[in-house]
Design a protein around this ligand. Structure first.
Ligand code: TEU
Ligand code: CA
Length: 559
């Protein structure tokens, strides 16, 4: 297996809107990020995945781009970007941009032109279809943000496709001119010195020619577009073309966001010799309990989580590289979803989750605030939400279809909504957690007085220092990056136990996902004198362990 820098790196995702506001307008910005680079250097991360900072009307908070080569006004100027990039590089931190090219904003010049007339030169930059009759869209596909995936456009009496919001028209990647525009823009950013791309919904860029009705899930109003818009006929051709024309010319890190990807498909997107991408984000573990509809309170059965993560560890090994994540800007906070965010167990379980993930094979991704054990927000009312996914779902399910009761849906939003990840980064115990001197665009979690970076940077037993140690261990022990993985106790409902092997070296990773004490039998090979504890969230010093305490984690090493 090739040893390369992006396999050994640890990535930190910044959602700029919520990271640090430098000018008091309540919205995070680039100067704010630059002012926090020393904090990230201290943590020890190597790459920043920067969620979109391009010009955007913010219908989907920057994932609706109106100019790929201009900076969003609220985030600052291109000079601010260049300063952040060079300051990051001075600290040996690379910048991976968020590439959102399955769709643009409807305010992008290409779409403004495209919708003017059927023979406009930009018409075929997007996907236009005739309706099926009086106000009937071309098919029954539903948008990921509620409603139909087709928007009627009066000017030319046709519909355009938008798999996300109606202000995010899908680009037509079958049009070579579109691909060329995207590749030139990517090259322009590479020439600026950026170090890679996270590729938004890249598995959706190729659609089938035929666009029949999709299957309706139980109780769904619209049909499923996935069979005709995910892993489409040309997706790998287009990524190979992107690699040939842009990616292969630079030493980049690339990760594809590939909703719906299987291990087999991942071997094509990220195969060592496929010349497409370095790795992909899979969704099976974060989609546990969703069955096509995320607005529920389903917990995560550990046996199912272990099965999924182990499959990705063993079946990609040696064939394609893994990404490792439990949090991002689209997911609830991992300590609330997979751990226990009660005051008693939040820190222990946050450290246990971090260990469980960071001791695996792959590139770990830390989402802003995850290193502090930040939690979901105590939402109680729809007025507190900002995310188009939540707001549209509430309107459709409560107000239009009247198929969900308001308060029970809000409880599901409190558990699963993306807004949980977008409350401001908690820097200190001053007003608004030091995120802004103005009014934050979304409320700060009231627990910021207890959970904030300032307290934790000065507290060696904090989640921050624990994550810092996890990152340092990855730098020190090649087995953590390259070792093979084997699951033990696969049917245990409370314990996640696995080994890693790398030549003569061995690692045993023990994680108690429960709040009860669990008996454990450490294998003899990990009880000998030359075994040592690499990390423990209970300060263990002896490997002679017969039980794991609530949310205890322990890593034992020997060679
Ligand atoms: O996410 C695509 C995607 O799969 C998510 O929208 C997911 O379906 C949803 O969040 C589950 O609740 C990417 C970006 O990460 C997301 O922020 C954007 O909203 C979306 O694409 C459109 O660009
Ligand atoms: Ca600001």
């Amino acid at each position: 297996m090739k040893h390369v820098w992006w396999k050994e790196a640890v990535v930190y995702q910044i959602y700029p809107r919520s990271f640090k506001d430098s000018n008091g307008d309540g919205v995070g910005d680039l100067k704010g990020i630059t002012s926090c680079l020393d904090y990230l250097k201290e943590l020890g991360i190597n790459v920043i995945w920067l969620s979109p900072v391009y010009q955007s009307p913010n219908d989907d908070n920057g994932y609706d781009i109106s100019d790929y080569q201009e900076i969003m006004k609220e985030f600052g100027t291109m000079d601010d970007f260049e300063e952040m990039l060079s300051e990051a590089h001075k600290r040996e931190i690379k910048i991976m941009m968020d590439l959102v090219v399955n769709h643009t904003s409807d305010e992008h010049q290409w779409f403004v032109e495209s919708r003017k007339s059927v023979d406009n030169p930009y018409r075929d930059y997007y996907i236009w279809r005739e309706g099926k009759g009086e106000k009937q869209p071309p098919n029954n596909w539903g948008s990921s943000f509620s409603g139909s995936a087709w928007q009627y456009d009066e000017t030319t009496d046709m519909y355009y496709l938008h798999l996300f919001s109606k202000k995010q028209p899908d680009l037509n990647w079958d049009n070579e001119a579109v691909r060329q525009e995207v590749f030139s823009m990517m090259d322009w950013w590479c020439q600026k010195g950026v170090d890679g791309f996270r590729m938004d919904v890249i598995s959706m860029i190729s659609k089938t020619k035929e666009m029949p009705d999709g299957i309706k899930a139980e109780g769904a109003v619209y049909g499923d577009f996935a069979p005709y818009s995910i892993h489409g006929p040309n997706v790998h051709n287009y990524l190979k073309e992107m690699n040939r024309k842009v990616l292969s010319k630079y030493d980049l890190m690339t990760v594809g966001e590939t909703a719906g990807v299987t291990v087999e498909e991942a071997k094509r997107y990220a195969g060592e010799d496929e010349n497409e991408l370095n790795m992909v984000f899979q969704f099976e573990h974060v989609d546990i309990g969703n069955n096509g509809n995320k607005w529920n309170l389903n917990k995560v059965p550990l046996v199912e989580l272990k099965k999924i993560l182990s499959k990705w560890q063993t079946e990609l090994n040696g064939k394609a590289w893994n990404s490792l994540y439990l949090s991002n800007h689209d997911q609830p906070r991992c300590v609330s979803r997979f751990g226990n965010d009660s005051p008693e167990y939040r820190e222990r379980s946050a450290k246990m989750l971090g260990t469980c993930l960071h001791m695996m094979q792959g590139t770990p991704y830390i989402y802003q605030g995850e290193e502090l054990g930040m939690t979901n927000y105590p939402f109680t009312d729809i007025s507190q939400f900002r995310d188009i996914e939540s707001i549209n779902a509430y309107r459709e399910l409560v107000e239009e279809e009247k198929c969900r009761e308001k308060n029970e849906l809000i409880v599901c939003f409190q558990y699963k909504s993306r807004d949980n990840a977008r409350t401001p980064m908690q820097w200190d115990d001053s007003d608004n957690a030091g995120f802004t001197t103005g009014t934050p665009w979304i409320a700060v979690n009231p627990n910021y007085k207890k959970i904030n970076a300032k307290e934790q940077v000065n507290n060696v037993s904090s989640v921050f220092h624990y994550y810092k140690k996890l990152i340092a261990l990855r730098k020190e022990y090649k087995i953590i990056v390259y070792g093979t993985y084997e699951l033990l106790l696969e049917n245990d409902p409370n314990l996640y136990v696995y080994t890693r092997t790398y030549e003569k070296e061995r690692l045993l990773v023990l994680c108690n996902f429960s709040e009860e004490e669990q008996a454990i039998k450490i294998p003899e090979e990990f009880m000998t004198a030359d075994c040592r504890i690499l990390i423990s969230n209970y300060g263990r010093e002896s490997v002679k362990v017969k039980e794991l305490r609530p949310y205890e984690t322990l890593v034992i090493y020997h060679k």
